[in-house]
Design a protein around this ligand. Structure first.
Ligand code: SAM
Length: 241
């Protein structure tokens, strides 16, 4: 007997918090937000899959005039986010059906490390585009396959045969995403901005947490105990065509 395909649950990892300074990925996403003309004057930002509010807090520290909302599925993380970052608003909700969020309400929508939990990227991407205003930027950061192949990946810790399979590392190709976006009436354009860590990351006890290794040409490869992780930020310019 093997475990069933379970729901996503990594609450403990995100309640742990306590990293030294903002995650480097947050800094790079902030750099993409900083390209906007309204970066200093203020904008409405929605962070989807906000966990315990670490990115919301970073966004407010870097863009103090921003109005920040976080959407998160896990009630324990919503409570932790509200306590950790009272200057932002946190809502419990589903990335795939953002009930209660109006159309065209945000200038920036970020979704980080979240779309690979879903078996289909299109509902969450459609919702990000729906709640984004004319002229908005949607930034989806996570793993995307540069090769034209999509993969559904379910994992469990070795030898725990009875445990449920975890989601979280589904891989959607640049081609699938581009095909979807190019047919979407609210998308003006998109680019994939590759993400690379500028420092080494040591492996930790949990083999699902990522680390770096040197590739054959000395390049720094980010990977976990499943596979190399082709991280990128998908930057979508929103506007009626
Ligand atoms: C891998 S974590 C990334 C957290 C955070 N964005 C970061 O980069 O540190 C994925 C987050 O998405 C949340 N999540 C999972 N399914 C969701 C859904 N259907 N709607 C909204 N959030 C969801 C999880 O609870 C978790 O906080």
């Amino acid at each position: 007997m093997t475990g069933a395909r379970g729901a996503y649950s990594r609450t403990g990892v995100y309640l742990e918090g306590g990293a030294d300074g903002p995650k480097h990925m947050f800094v790079r996403i902030g750099d993409l937000v900083a390209r906007r003309a309204d970066a200093a004057a203020g904008f409405d930002l929605l962070d989807v899959g906000a966990a315990a509010g670490a990115f919301a807090a970073y966004a407010l520290s870097r863009f103090p005039a921003a109005r920040v909302t976080g959407l998160e599925h896990d009630p324990a993380l919503v409570a932790a986010a509200r306590a950790a970052c009272p200057a932002a608003t946190f809502l419990e909700g589903d990335a795939n059906r953002m009930a209660g969020l109006a159309d065209s309400a945000f200038d920036v929508v970020t979704m980080t490390g979240t779309h690979s939990i879903f078996d289909d990227f299109r509902p969450s991407f459609s919702e990000c585009l729906r709640v984004a205003r004319e002229g908005a930027t949607v930034i989806v950061t996570g793993i995307f396959n540069p090769w034209p192949v999509d993969a559904q990946i379910h994992w469990r810790y070795g030898a725990r045969f009875e445990a449920d399979w975890h989601p979280g590392y589904n891989l959607f190709s640049h081609l699938s995403v581009a095909t979807f976006l190019e047919a979407h009436p609210r998308v003006r354009g998109h680019e994939f901005v590759p993400f690379a860590l500028p420092f080494d990351l040591a492996p930790r006890e949990d083999p699902i947490r990522s680390w770096t290794e040197a590739g054959a040409a000395g390049e720094r490869i980010l990977r976990n105990g499943i596979m190399p992780l082709p991280f990128a930020s998908l930057v979508v310019a929103v506007g009626n065509r």
